[in-house]
Design a protein around this ligand. Structure first.
Ligand SMILES: [Zn+2]
Length: 116
């Protein structure tokens, strides 16, 4: 998206504590509190929509856990969640090569690309 003609994207050094979000056409975020609020909202959206059945989700008292994935969306870092999902994808690739080939073919990705 960066460098699209007609959309000014300021350098971080110019933005200082406020960053211009060209897609929303506004200055954002304006504070750590807004970033934290965003983080919580995005984690909640991820927790609810990550693909597991809602019966596996535990959300009492602000918790965001999945009993199927065993992922704690409230406490685990984004990198930890990504690592867990990637390791499961690699396991799935090994166990279901034909299914993976169908998925890759659907998106026009050659099998060699998937291992890089
Ligand atoms: Zn899950």
């Amino acid at each position: 998206m960066s460098g699209q003609e007609g959309i000014p994207i300021p350098l971080v050094s110019e933005a200082q504590d406020v960053q211009y979000n060209p897609l929303a056409n506004q200055f954002y975020p304006t504070s750590i509190e807004e970033l934290e609020e965003d983080n919580t909202i995005l984690r909640k959206l991820l927790w609810i929509n990550h693909g597991c059945d809602r019966s596996a989700l535990y959300g009492d008292d602000g918790e965001m856990q999945c009993n199927k994935c065993m992922i704690d969306f409230k406490r685990m870092s984004a990198k930890e969640i990504q690592t867990i999902w990637r390791s499961r994808w690699h396991k799935y690739v090994k166990e279901h090569p034909e299914e993976v080939k169908k998925i890759l073919d659907k998106y026009g990705i050659t099998s060699d690309d998937s291992e890089q």
